[in-house]
Design a protein around this ligand. Sequence first.
Ligand code: HBI
Length: 358
Amino acid sequence: MKLLFASTSVGPLGTGQGGGVELTLLNMVLALQPRGYEIQILAPCGSRLPVPAAIEEIPGALQVPAQHQRRDQPIVMPSNSVLANLWARVRQLQQGYDLIVNFAYDWLPFYLTPWLSRPVAHLVSMASISEVMDQAIATVIDQYPGSIGVYTRTQAATFPFGDRCVCLGSGLDLSLYEFCADPDDVLCWLGRIAPEKGLEDAVAAANVTRTPLKIMGQMQDVDYWQRIQAQYPDAPIEYLGFLPTQQMQAHLRRCKALLLTSRWVEAFGNVVIESLACGVPVIAYDRGGPSEIVRHGQTGFLVTPDSVPDLISALGQIEQIRRSACRQQAEQEYSLKAYGDVVERWLKDVYYRDAPKV
Ligand code: HBI
């Protein structure tokens, strides 16, 4: 099968601006290419992947992240939009492909779906955050049942049509993450530096417990970061930047826990399984994707959302978690093989249901 991948519109691949969906696109490439799928990727200029892959770079202005807009906000398109340019290119190229896979959480690809001559599988990368998006996705799911993929049931449940979404989970090339049995007395926080990620709670917990906190991720909101630093001037924190996986996991695996303090319904939480793959237990707010991944008391703790005291008391119990159980969960549930099987089934289903369309 020949697949045309249309990437997220909020940033070039490899920069972290596209959050978890960048890793998901890479993991689909890693899972599907060895199974004989031919993949062409269309992505914003400057896009890079750490493996050999055909990327056509599309020029144009980036889309504003949907999570930084109001729920009732109308669709906004910049002039010379990369999203519009990318889907114009999809239209030109589609005849040479069997299936289009959309990774953008944007109205345009959903609206265009019935106008294209090839079936489109849509990976919806966030929970419900926009009324107009909910409507656009609902229209597609009515007409093309099975074509809407999500990460988790918790994410799906935020949409009115949640029970009709295909739950794909996620998976990793586990060989890229090294297990570490004896960590340092250090904590880790991973994610885009943006208010919906709730970094200040992890900093507060590190401050109270005087445990060093390593922070890694793309610096999306500098004002937010500076407010946190001003609020906790003595907190033992260190920002290491957005690092390639090899370097990121070298820091992560030496930590005694990962703190995941998102304020919103995280669709999945790829960082959770990256952490487990290194043997690092996860302390997460009990909401969104992480609440479906972490096994409370076995591979980490799920605590009352937005409660710093609960984060701190979970930290006091972290020695109870066997780090080998964390790695084991990643191997059992989140391998690239298991992920590839699920994704392949989804794509074939979308293809065969829609095949008569010309
Ligand atoms: N916002 N408009 C828009 N389009 C996207 O594709 C998009 C987004 N916000 C976040 C996002 N994608 C990714 O970071 C996901 O991983 C969440």
